[in-house]
Design a binder for this molecule. Structure first.
Ligand code: ZN
Length: 915
């Protein structure tokens, strides 16, 4: 098999006809003249060569006498430097212009803007393929979608009088697979976006057996940056700081909200870029997705699969083994091409949904990564270490060791291209087999999937109707086949009401349903040998949607029948709303939904006064738990605002004809929230996103704001990850330009926070920042989470929790529901406090995921509120807002943010207000 750098081509260089108009071609005449001149003078590289930075093999791509297929500038000519030139990063606006020019010039390149990023930028993709295949793209996508639909294949095969397998095999021959190549999701891993510029140029211009074979056998979908906002920020900042004393890496989140966590959003789909990517995956159904990443400077020079243990038991084994195969093939091609230091295995084992496997694995895509060693804090300058960079010695997993202390931008680009070409080569070797296996066979296997229950049943009767809606929207977004019952039915001895959802696992996305709803059990066989230590996950260990979102889900093992109808659109529950007479005194909303946060902000926006009851409220034959939201019926705009909020969330609104006898609190007309998020602190970014989604009146607190916190904010929130140092030291203004000085240190910041609370302010500190708050305010707590990870670890798991729902911070929570825990603080309380939640005192706290030694925090407090001077502080040791996943606990955030800033009212005052 040829290496990804094929031998000189013998393809004749006859002119090619183009389906493009002459007019489009003339657009590039000016640059074409420049290219011709450059080639004549011998100053531009041969096509396929990225300029003077390549290794010797680069010039062997193409016979020197071959003319390029189309006349376009090389990257070196267009950008003024070759991709991989030290100190020079091509910026994304220029990359877009270049790729667009290539598409204009070449009938084998398409350029399309497919969406808009979080910050309003274009999100482009490039399609590569033979002219004939690009012209029949709709037909290709249609056939590939049919192959992936087992029911459709059964029908079509029967009509053709063939076995389904034979029919699918024949059908696959009429199409070609799609191969998806993605760079730049982690925008600091800059080498990959630079490399794909060369990749696209090569296919546009090079006439060789290799390029013709790839272009003729598949559609290549190239995403030059999965995060254009970040590629803009990182590359432009690097170039702008050339020749300055500033640090060279952009110091803040390179995706507005989630930064480097942007590859952890593949089941919640919260960010614009995640939604665009999901849309591409669903439209193109690639057989392979190559995610091009970078790693630390001390990682192998390049890593590719085979993956390490463990493996989620839910995955189709074919997608896993083919990822191992394609990665191993890349390793072989790297070594054949003389690329030293290429390694496999021993990394990236865990394959949960939010991890490397993502969504597309479940529709039959083979996903694989490359991880190329980065260049350290100078980003795009040669990196030199004190010793030979790893892997310095040959091993079975890295048979060709690296041999130098130095690593250069040019090398990172060459390694990236070699691996990219290898993956394409692997699929081009047998494209119809890839299409048959990944599109047809994997999905057909899902139809008979037996690894999960028969179905998951989600009752229409949930304590949080908004959570039900929020969760089912995810399955709708993922295009799962959802059924709703048209009448009550019984499954596994349990009676479910009309409108309950049935998610069967014997459907094409059944494994995805199972992955997201099963209680995760970490595989005990994730070991190198039977007596070897367990291989610990490299990231989190559970993605159980029901538990995260507060929805009760039943796993039903045995087949059952239920009258159902297909659901095409998930909508909020039909709102219950009282007549004006029923609500003569007040409107009431139960506190048991995290959607209450939206109701509160909608009422804030409408200027409607709000109260919350501190005790239970009887309404219409039911009793609402403490924390019910009470709204005076007489308030201007109350009815309309509540109707709108109820329609949006599906939350029922009840009416009270007479004011209740209950004490409580009056919320601020507008609760002004300040968020200490920290520069480049992902938990702060996620929290900001969530608050903005919920309409919270939130401002990021800047260094200057510490001078007058009380004048600007009612509640200050410390995001998880905010340490005392991040407040006092922050970003050094001498090392960063002025636009980042908002994040500079405030030496007396903790004292300012303390003074704010003592003066009557409300402070909320989540996750690790609970320790920052405890220290700043001398809260009476001791962190009891063990630090020895050999005896205690719960690295991203759901642990049992009990709530005292009489404490305002826990209003509306169930008496027991698991919370997120990622080796976070847990407390012994040594003084006065209202403890809102605890880890129960039991042998094993694990509910879903992986934990060991968890009993060590049994009985410890998690969420507690303290009186500090005239104000109060609520802390949660656990990272209860982790990436917005554990949304059931958003109720606690809403409580802490609003209740802590509210004013107490007596039963008499409440009665007056609601009269
Ligand atoms: Zn990465």
């Amino acid at each position: 098999m040829p290496t990804p750098e094929p031998p000189p081509s013998s393809t004749p260089s006859a002119p090619r006809t183009s389906r493009r108009s002459l007019a489009r071609r003339t657009l590039t005449i000016a640059s074409a003249v420049a290219v011709t001149a450059a080639l004549t003078l011998g100053t531009g590289g041969a096509p396929g060569q990225s300029g003077g930075n390549t290794t010797a093999s680069g010039s062997a791509f193409v016979a020197a006498t071959d003319a390029p297929k189309v006349d376009v500038p090389t990257p070196a000519e267009f950008f003024g430097f070759a991709m991989g030139t030290e100190g020079k990063l091509a910026e994304f606006d220029r990359i877009k212009a270049y790729l667009s020019d290539l598409a204009t010039a070449s009938p084998e390149v398409d350029y399309e803007v497919v969406g808009t990023t979080t910050e309003g930028e274009e999100f482009p993709v490039v399609r590569l393929g033979s002219e004939a295949n690009l012209a029949r793209l709709p037909q290709i996508l249609d056939i590939n979608a049919r192959l992936a639909d087992p029911a459709r294949m059964t029908q079509e095969a029967a009509a053709a009088g063939m076995s389904r397998d034979d029919y699918a095999r024949d059908l696959a021959k009429q199409s070609v697979p799609v191969y998806y190549m993605e760079a730049g999701i982690h925008s600091t891993e800059v080498m990959n976006t630079q490399a794909v510029v060369d990749v696209v140029h090569r296919f546009a211009t090079e006439r060789s057996d290799y390029t013709e074979k790839v272009l003729g056998s598949m559609i290549v979908l190239v995403v030059p940056s999965q995060n254009p906002d970040g590629t803009n920020k990182i590359n432009n900042y690097f170039n702008a700081t050339t020749g300055t004393d500033f640090a060279r890496i952009y110091p803040d989140l390179y995706q507005k909200y989630v930064g480097h966590d942007n590859n952890r959003d593949w089941f919640m789909f919260t960010q614009a870029e995640s939604k665009i990517r999901l849309g591409l995956e669903q439209k193109y159904r690639p057989v392979v997705q190559h995610y091009m990443h970078g790693a630390g400077t001390t990682s192998p020079r390049i890593w590719s699969p085979p993956w390490d243990e463990p493996m989620s038991p839910v995955l189709d084994p074919l997608t896993v083994s083919s990822a191992n195969a394609i990665g191993q093939e890349a390793n072989r091609d790297l070594i054949a091409g003389g690329k030293k230091g290429a390694a496999t295995d021993d990394a990236y084992g865990i394959m949960w949904n939010a991890d490397v496997m993502g969504y597309s694995t479940f529709q039959g895509t083979t996903t694989w990564l490359t991880e190329i060693a980065s260049l350290g804090p100078n980003l795009w300058l040669n990196y030199t270490a004190d010793s030979i960079l790893p892997p310095a010695k040959a091993t079975l997993r890295a048979p060709l060791a690296y041999d130098s202390n130095t690593w250069t931008p040019a090398q990172t680009v060459e390694y990236a291209k070699t691996a990219a070409y290898s993956g394409l080569e692997t699929v081009a070797g047998n494209p119809q087999e890839w299409l048959y296996r990944n599109a047809y066979q994997v999905n057909a296997n899902s139809e008979s999937y037996e690894g999960g229950p028969y179905a998951y049943v989600v009752s229409a009767n949930q304590r949080d109707p908004y959570a039900l809606y929020d969760m089912m929207k995810i399955f709708e977004t993922g295009k799962v086949r959802i059924e709703a019952s048209t009448a009550a039915f019984t499954a596994d001895g349990v009676r479910y009401p009309k409108g309950s959802y049935v998610l069967r696992t014997n459907q094409p996305l059944g494994r995805w349903v199972d992955q997201l709803l099963r209680v995760d059990v970490y595989p005990d066989n994730a070991r190198k040998c039977s007596t070897c230590p367990l291989i610990l996950p490299y990231s989190e260990t559970t993605d159980n949607l029901g538990l995260l979102m507060g929805v009760s889900v039943a796993s039903v093992e045995d087949e059952f029948t239920a009258p159902t109808t297909a659901v095409t659109q998930i909508t909020p529950a039909a709102p219950v709303f009282p007549t004006e007479a029923q609500a003569a005194a007040a409107y009431v909303v139960s506190p048991t939904s995290y959607g209450l946060g939206k109701v509160i902000t909608r009422l804030e926006d409408a200027g409607v006064p709000m109260y919350r009851a501190s005790a239970r409220v009887p309404v219409l034959g039911r009793t609402l738990p403490p924390g019910a939201l009470l709204v005076p019926a007489s308030a201007d705009g109350a009815r309309a605002a509540l109707q709108a909020a109820s329609a949006e969330t599906g939350l029922p609104v009840y009416g009270l004809a007479a004011a209740p006898q209950v004490r409580g609190i009056k919320l601020e007309a507008t609760t002004r929230v300040g968020l200490v998020r920290g520069a480049n602190n992902m938990p702060g970014g996620w929290l900001r996103w969530m608050m903005e989604q919920y309409g919270v009146d939130v401002q990021v607190i800047e260094a200057d704001d510490y001078a007058d916190l009380a004048g600007q904010f009612d509640t200050v929130v410390l995001a998880p990850g905010i340490s005392a140092t991040s407040i006092t030291t922050g970003l050094d203004p001498a090392r960063y330009p002025e636009e980042f000085h908002w994040a500079r240190g405030v030496p007396d910041g903790p004292a300012k926070l303390k003074a704010f609370v003592e003066g009557g302010g409300n402070l909320v500190a989540l996750g690790s920042s609970s320790l920052t708050a405890a220290s700043a305010m001398s809260l009476p707590v001791t962190n009891v989470t063990p630090t020895d990870r050999n005896t205690f670890t719960a690295p991203g798991a759901l642990l049992a929790q009990t709530f005292d729902t009489k404490v305002p911070a826990a209003w509306g929570m169930p008496s027991s529901w698991p919370v997120w825990f990622n080796n976070d603080p847990a407390f012994t309380v040594t003084g006065d406090a209202q403890v809102a939640s605890r880890y129960p005192d039991q042998d094993d706290l694990l509910v879903s995921g992986y934990a060991r030694g968890s009993e060590a925090i049994g009985g410890a407090a998690n969420i507690a509120t303290f009186t500090v001077g005239k104000g109060q502080a609520t802390i949660a040791g656990g990272h209860i807002t982790f990436r917005t996943w554990p949304r059931a606990a958003w109720t606690v955030v809403t409580n802490a943010v609003y209740n802590g800033a509210a004013t107490p009212v007596t039963a008499r005052q409440m009665q007056e207000a609601l009269r």
